[in-house]
Design a protein around this ligand. Structure first.
Ligand code: TSB
Ligand code: ZN
Length: 640
């Protein structure tokens, strides 16, 4: 007999060769139903993997996060088996579980299309009915190489394993796969799944190697959970800013214009200008001074700042002409340092807050580019605050408060704050330990004193100093950095920044880099997804659409209304096309315009307005003055 010890310390003897499934069943039939796999002495065991020695066993039930991973991983195998039956030439790369799903990379002559997915699903269902046991076997590397001699991908994976390492393979029916394990033991446990999409994926993520076909899928323990997840995916698809950006004519990307170099279309530009006015006014009110500096600088400027040494990977190649070499700037800080140094500064001048809507370029890896979320040409709501050391806390906090105000005004939500620190084992940071220690301790202390919660992350600092990054979760479930406050003791040294103190002596200021609300590009991607394309009235590219019922009878009044709105700087459009009323209304609806005003006999007669709010069913009739007051209030208060 062997002794099994449970998490609560209880012990029970079993016959050697007992499986987690049998152990669960011996405790209670209900538990057997709920158990998916087990940790045996910390190793993930399949539901049907025999245990031969005394062990600590921790059963993994369906409510455990790992259970879903095990299920999805098992479903990947099931899918591979089905694919192999349908396309016998298929060879397999990797097939892991991912968040809420799985994928498998496949090489076959057959081009797998979306239309093929139901067929593969059907074959998977058949294998589920066959109740194939997923049986583990441990073999040597030599044996593994022999077994997978026809599969170059598995050969390569096996080749990478250490000599002497135990290699496990899993057999289900006629299908054998190389795998570390953690399975549900039998295909009959896999019931509620769906294949979602196919995409190309380079073997081992290397663009120099061949392209495999990757099928994505998702698998759940109940039909209800599956349905719920599919609804989430559907909603995400509709919110995808790349789709909405195209439909609403916000921006475009064009290969010929250059990847990652977005073009703002009139609608998008209007939103951007509105945001720009808003930020400009807000910053003025909070003591920022605006300036404008060029996108090119000399190489010497970026050598002085340290970008040349620490940030070159993210920079476009240098531009050389004769003796001169230029940098297409990835950041504006060096220019702002030059501005600071252009005058003698006294302690009374500080803090000095320079703000700029900065055009900058970063040579992001092409694989990482994604719509407007990650681009190569971007416009940052930037600021560099020059302060005395005794002003750091005050300045960081007021920057943080302003960030919070903007995030609230835009109806966004902070997911968490990240305190990004240096990783001493990595070379991309400047190497003055003393400056790092002081800057990191200052930020940490400040957050702790203010009881602001944060997560510390090593290795994510800027090369010049630690940062507080404001992380938001997008509707697509990406966590990305929106705003940032960064404490920099390095650039003041590099540029020899000074101010005259009240003691008459020279002192070094610090620099606080602040990104208020990210770049217009990233912000737009987030807003589109958050609002599902329906901008609040203050931001909407077109706020009002005036639609006369008949051109003969109602055009004059419609035009008068449109003119009144335009004079009040409301973004109004009038639809005088010779189209059916229903068609015009539908189009305004699709453009997600906040207010549709249909002008007919009644409106002309009593000079009233009948409007319908986007997303609402009923029409409302009010006086002109009431309507205007309502819309203006809404814009002023940034409500919807
Ligand atoms: C805040 N020098 C500082 C500045 O003074 C700076 O550039 N910081 S940064 O590198 O962190 O970038 C600022 C912000 O730009 C980031 O927080 C992020 O929101 C946004 N950003 C960075 N890279 C991209 C990109 N490739 N596409 C879109 N937005 C980006
Ligand atoms: Zn900066």
């Amino acid at each position: 007999m062997i002794e099994i010890t449970f998490k609560d310390g209880n012990q029970k003897p079993f016959e050697p060769g007992i499986t987690p499934e049998e152990i669960a069943g011996s405790i209670a039939p209900g538990l057997k139903k709920k158990t998916v796999a087990a940790f045996v002495n910390e190793d993930l065991y399949d539901l049907n993997r025999p245990i031969y020695e005394d062990a600590k066993v921790d059963l993994i039930t369906k409510d455990n996060e790992i259970a879903l991973e095990v299920l999805n991983h098992s479903t990947a195998h099931l899918m591979a088996q089905a694919v192999k039956r349908l396309y016998p030439d298929a060879k397999f790369g990797v097939g892991p579980a991912i968040k809420d799903g799985f994928y498998y990379d496949i090489a076959t002559e057959h081009t797998i299309k979306e239309e093929d997915l139901p067929k593969i699903e059907q074959m998977m269902r058949r294998i589920v009915k066959e109740q194939e046991s997923m049986t583990r076997e441990e073999i040597t590397k030599e044996e593994a190489l022999k077994r997978f001699k026809d599969d170059p991908y598995k050969q390569e994976l096996i080749g990478d394993l250490e000599e002497g390492e135990i290699i496990s393979v899993y057999t289900q029916g006629e299908f054998v796969d190389l795998c570390r394990g953690g399975h549900v033991g039998n295909t009959r446990h896999i019931k509620h799944f769906k294949l979602l999409s196919v995409a190309g994926a380079y073997w081992r993520g290397d663009s120099d190697r061949e392209m495999l076909q990757r099928i994505y899928g998702t698998s759940w323990f109940t039909e209800e959970e599956l349905k719920k997840h599919l609804a989430v995916l559907e909603d995400r698809k509709e919110r995808d800013h790349r789709k909405l950006g195209k439909e609403l004519k916000i921006f475009m990307l064009d290969k010929k214009a250059g990847q990652g170099l977005p073009i703002w279309l009139p609608n998008g530009y209007t939103v951007r200008r509105t945001l720009e006015d808003y930020v400009y006014k807000l910053e003025r009110k909070h003591g920022y001074k605006h300036l404008s500096t060029p996108v090119l600088g000399t190489k010497e400027l970026y050598e002085t700042s340290g970008h040349f040494d620490h940030y070159q990977d993210d920079m476009f190649p240098l531009m050389k002409d004769g003796d001169e070499t230029f940098v297409l700037r990835p950041m504006s800080c060096p220019h702002h340092m030059i501005v600071y140094n252009s005058e003698l500064r006294s302690y009374r001048d500080l803090p000095l807050r320079y703000a700029e809507i900065v055009i900058q370029h970063r040579y992001e890896a092409s694989g990482g580019l994604s719509g407007l979320e990650r681009v190569r040409a971007m416009t940052l709501t930037d600021s560099h605050i020059f302060a005395r050391k005794d002003q750091i806390k005050q300045e960081v906090l007021s920057a943080y408060n302003l960030i919070n105000k903007v995030i609230t005004d835009l109806d966004l939500e902070i997911d968490y704050l990240e305190l990004a620190l240096r990783d001493t084992t990595k070379g991309k940071f400047h190497d003055d330990d003393q400056l790092w220690d002081e800057a990191e301790a200052t930020l940490k202390q400040l957050l702790d004193e203010e009881k602001i919660a944060y997560r510390e992350v090593k290795g994510e600092a800027a090369f010049y100093g630690p940062k507080i990054d404001v992380q938001v979760r997008t509707a697509m479930d990406h966590v990305i950095t929106m705003s940032t406050v960064q404490l920099d003791f390095l650039l003041p040294e590099r540029f020899d920044l000074t101010y005259i103190g009240d003691d008459g002596a020279k002192h070094r200021p610090v620099v606080i880099h602040r990104g208020l609300i990210s770049t217009w590009e990233r912000l737009m991607s987030i807003l589109l997804e958050q609002y599902k394309g329906a901008f609040p009235t203050w931001l909407a590219p077109v706020q009002l659409k005036v639609i006369p019922v008949s051109l003969d009878a109602h055009q004059d009044y419609a035009e008068a209304l449109h003119e009144t709105f335009t004079d009040l700087e409301l973004r109004s459009e009038i639809d005088l096309r010779n189209e059916k009323l229903g068609y015009k209304i539908r189009e305004a609806q699709q453009a997600k315009i906040p207010y549709q005003l249909v002008v007919g006999d009644k409106e002309v007669e009593d000079g009233s307005i009948t409007y319908r709010r986007y997303g609402e069913k009923e029409q409302v009739t009010v006086s002109k003055a009431t309507f205007i007051e309502m819309v203006q209030q809404e814009i002023k208060n940034k409500t919807r």
